[in-house]
Design a binder for this molecule. Sequence first.
Ligand SMILES: Nc1ncnc2c1ncn2[C@@H]1O[C@H](COP(=O)(O)OP(=O)(O)O)[C@@H](O)[C@H]1O
Ligand SMILES: O=P(O)(O)O[C@H]1O[C@H](CO)[C@@H](O[C@H]2O[C@H](CO)[C@@H](O)[C@H](O)[C@H]2O)[C@H](O)[C@H]1O
Length: 540
Amino acid sequence: MTKKTIKTKTHYNFNDSWETLLENKAFVNAFLSEVLEDYITKQRWYGGKASKLKYIELSEYFRIQRDGEVYYGLILEVNFEEAFYQHYFLPIAFVSDESFAQEDRILSISIQNQEGFIIDAINLEAFRKLVFERILTAIPNDLTRVQYHKSILFNDEYESSRFMGLEQSNTSIVYNESFVLKFFRRIYANKNPDYEMSRFLSEKKQFKNTPAYLGSLSIVDSDNENITIGLMQEMVPNEGDAWDYMLKELEKVFETLETKNIDIAQLPETELFERLSIRDVPPRIIDWVGLNLFLKVQKLAERTAEMHIALGSEFEETAFTPTHFNGDYTVWLKNRLLYQFQNRLNTVENNLHKLEDLSLELAHEFLDNKNDIRKRLVNFDWTRLKGERIRVHGDYHLGQILVKEDDFYILDFEGEPESTIRDRKVKQPPLKDVAGLFRSFHYAIYATIFNNSEQYKHEQQELFDAGELLYTYFIGVFLKTYIEKIQDANLNIGYRQERIFLLKYSLLEKAIYELGYELNSRPLWAVIPLKGITNIINHK
Ligand SMILES: Nc1ncnc2c1ncn2[C@@H]1O[C@H](COP(=O)(O)OP(=O)(O)O)[C@@H](O)[C@H]1O
Ligand SMILES: O=P(O)(O)O[C@H]1O[C@H](CO)[C@@H](O[C@H]2O[C@H](CO)[C@@H](O)[C@H](O)[C@H]2O)[C@H](O)[C@H]1O
């Protein structure tokens, strides 16, 4: 039977049933090229905005179904002019009732003369409920192609579901106001580290300061790879993230400089990376900053150390067992960082027109310092490093930490967005995460200065000096608690010089990474990593 296809500009007619529609090549071709190219590039979760889309292919599709209710999970391969590709997950539903197709309408279509719409299925409560119930009723060791998994902690009946509606790169659904199911949008032919780490930390190590793992959804692709599609976790009621918290607190700290008319040049200094207990912080600094913020930094150090102790305490599961530095790691690290650095030089050169004043000045300094920076990246002698490498968070910053009743909860273990999935699973020195958080302190301090500069009487350079001083104290207080806890648990993160070397190396690595992130997504912020790089380079 020939399949007749009639297409008008915005409307498609197909004679296939919904259950067989994806077997129709004419439909798939039209859907991919005429509809999805336009649709996908407009989505918040689309990560290819800085590149030029060439074409989309349907890598795989699978059914998410129960009885007669059928949805498709599409795995889309987006190919770019720049000769690389990304995979995305898009679940689709056909609805004939327009009221179900108010949001995320992908295509208006008639199927066997039934008028309707193809929409992103996550908009449908029926779809969300089905996924919830399939996880709830998952059987142990599911060997089918679409696999659901449930932890023993997850036993609740379905009551409600809604979009979480926060700024994020994936799409999360809140169920029963108690659980969060994250549908991964950009996906990788492998278990997602967020799933792996969440399950490991909460199920195996009972680490309390991350949302409890409740279940997941994955598919086995045609190469037998297990691809994580969804991660269900407990919802942590919270007062916002640590980034917003820090900005709020820092605003007060910088205001105090004005209200107390503090002479910044007279404030007592401390050496960068010197461990400090809070009682060693000079009273004039406490008087300026307040005790509370130092207590918070101490608590963050405690939770970070506990996370690393849990991650570094495994002796069976090889994906998590600690290991030492070696030649292979060094070659991998240098290659990756030199490639990334070259990419950043290129990005900076191509984006100079977006920068002005201080950021333009710093960008030129960055380009002028390229040989020095490259030398620092190459200067990694593993034979001098005695500490351990473990699985780490990988994209650890204040925005990944929730604040709840004076405590912190760590989220989003997906790793650094630009790295390949295999690179994200490479064991790293735990101080790489610590450096990530230190960069975040630095970011928060500079964001406060830049956001409020008109309000302050002090000169910008004086504010930078105050900011650097504050940063040094934060780091000192953090390191004291962090290192003590880590050493008590016998996790070896290296001797003193080694720790300082790894911190400086990781700070530089992270700031270079951030420079690309900012230039591609919010060029006004590029000044922050540029300032960070200058400070790291100039620190003896
Ligand atoms: N289990 C949870 N409990 C409470 N809030 C959460 C939870 N998971 C995520 N969130 C909120 O959603 C935001 C985005 O989550 P995240 O895991 O970082 O998503 P993405 O990977 O899509 O960026 C977080 O910053 C946090 O505010
Ligand atoms: O979206 P993700 O959480 O995976 O992380 C990416 O976006 C972050 C910005 O939201 C970016 O973080 C950078 O900006 C933060 C302030 O907005 C700052 O606290 C971080 O220190 C800084 O790295 C992160 O790098 C990027 O991977």
